[in-house]
Design a protein around this ligand. Structure first.
Ligand code: ADP
Ligand code: MG
Length: 458
């Protein structure tokens, strides 16, 4: 019988493979030389067929069965036996999905899946949304619903400290509570590589593959790390494909766009681009202020005695770089300082205690400098910037310069107007308004502004 043959297979394939691959097989029919097995997933069928197919056929034959071929049919209901079958090696990680599973989902949980621990503070509630990250946030929210796979993979990219990891943890944290039936695995590309190398070394590649292919939602953070790492890249690609084929959600982050990750194989790059690619833009003033306010409110819940003077947060939002981690660090120090000195945190106090992180000197940015930098950026002449021509290619940069002059200098509108070839203050006001509108509808303008602001404040 199959059960006897199965035991024989154990000797051939080894204990681990037996438990992971052979034991869960259910022989459901033997007809016309075809042995039909029920398997929980397509992947598993393919795997067994490719790796143990010949052995199985041989053993069936030698037990007197006229078998020449195997077939695997995916068992939709999935045998509950599977629930405990593949023993994932516990490599000191915290399983993401540890809540008791609902009955219907029992078969899905392939024991514990290796992932990195989640930071419980990284939730959607603690993530402040602004223009620069609203798209990434919306996409993350969508994925966190755990419903139908709308885009695969979701590729999030952006500079350091802009919230990629936070968003990924937020997705995992939400799924952990709302969809405990799903196997959600989050890990960094570096950890992926580490596990891969470890599996190679311990000759546990089969386990490795089985574990990763049994995941429902896989998140790999900082994928740029595996660029140039040949076999890890290869394995990642296979894992990726196996999961996409099973319609499992994948979420990837990187510090740059797929097209800009050098030493990534073309086929991997194109797979990474095949879903939804969204970037987290550098934070702008409004978002920084929002984050500072949010974090201050949170802190005040714990320490109601904290008092921050008006204008301090605004000042920090202006003067600290776009990296949110730096922003947080500054705030933490400020809070500590405030409670230490036991009085209101004033602007002077803030300047004192944060002197090292505050951007630039107190050097005043001039309208003249702004005009030059903006002209340079848009490749127009300075004389055109202040001249009378009103074609769009010149008028738009002019409006950008007016806007920056209003934002970064303390000049009045009439004063700014005078410096733009003697224009009226209403013209300046109109220009500023126009750019404010464009910032909402045109992300290019937003990028230009951020770039220029940084160049000017450098
Ligand atoms: P990345 O992975 O992109 O380098 P992180 O997700 O680690 O950045 O974010 C760095 C820090 O900034 C974290 O502490 C995170 O909570 C915080 N952070 C980033 N963006 C936001 C945001 N929009 N709202 C609140 N906190 C944020
Ligand atoms: Mg990160």
């Amino acid at each position: 019988s199959w059960v006897d043959i199965r035991e024989d297979l154990e000797a051939t394939v080894g204990k681990n493979n037996y438990v992971n691959w052979i034991e869960p097989l259910e022989l459901s029919g033997l007809d016309n030389g075809v042995a039909v097995f029920r398997v929980p997933t397509n992947f598993m069928g393919n795997w067994v067929s490719r790796n143990f197919g010949d052995d199985i056929v041989q053993l069936l034959k030698s037990s007197g069965q006229a078998v020449s071929r195997l077939e695997f049919s995916v068992n939709a209901a999935r045998s509950p036996k599977r629930a405990t079958a593949p023993k994932a090696e516990q490599i000191s990680e915290v399983p993401v999905s540890s809540a008791p599973r609902k009955k219907a989902a029992v078969a899905r949980s392939t024991g514990t899946v290796p992932g990195a621990p989640l930071d419980a503070r990284f939730t959607f509630d603690s993530f402040v949304v602004g223009k620069p990250n609203e798209l990434a946030h919306a996409a993350a929210r969508r994925v966190a619903e755990g419903g139908e796979v709308a885009f695969n993979p979701l590729f999030l990219y952006g500079g350091v400290g802009l919230g990629k990891t936070h968003l990924m943890h937020a997705i995992a944290n939400q799924l952990r509570t709302q969809r405990p039936d799903l196997n959600v695995v989050y890990l960094s590309a570096e950890q992926f590589m580490y596990k891969f190398v470890q599996a190679l070394r311990d000759k546990k590649m089969m386990d490795f593959k089985q574990i990763f292919r049994a995941v429902d939602i896989l998140m790999v953070d900082d994928v740029q790390f595996i660029a140039g790492k040949g076999s890890t890249q290869e394995e990642f690609f296979h894992t990726f494909n196996a999961l996409v084929d099973q319609n499992k959600q994948i979420i990837i982050s990187a510090d740059r766009a797929p097209g800009e990750i050098k030493e990534l194989e073309d086929r991997i790059r194109s797979r990474l681009q095949s879903g939804l690619v969204v970037d987290l833009h550098p934070t702008d003033y409004e978002l920084r202020l929002g984050i500072l306010q949010h974090k201050t409110e949170q802190h005040m819940l714990k320490d109601p005695s904290l008092h921050i003077a008006d204008g301090v947060l605004e000042f920090l939002a202006h003067r600290i770089s776009t990296n949110v981690r730096v922003l947080e660090g500054a705030l933490t120090r400020l809070f500590a300082f405030g409670s230490l000195v036991g009085r209101e945190v004033t602007l002077e106090l803030a300047q004192d205690c944060l002197a090292d992180v505050l951007r630039t000197s107190d050097r005043k940015i001039t309208v003249d400098e702004i005009q030059r930098k903006v002209a340079e950026h848009y490749n127009i002449r300075l004389s055109e910037m202040i001249g009378p021509r009103r074609v769009r290619t010149i008028a738009r940069p002019r409006q950008v310069a007016m806007y920056l002059a209003k934002q970064l200098t303390s000049r009045s509108l009439p004063d700014i107007g005078r410096r733009f070839g003697g224009r009226d203050h209403t013209t300046v006001m109109h220009g500023v308004k126009r750019i404010e509108e464009l910032r909402i509808s045109d992300s290019q303008i937003e990028d230009d502004l951020e770039l220029l602001r940084r160049a000017l404040e450098a």
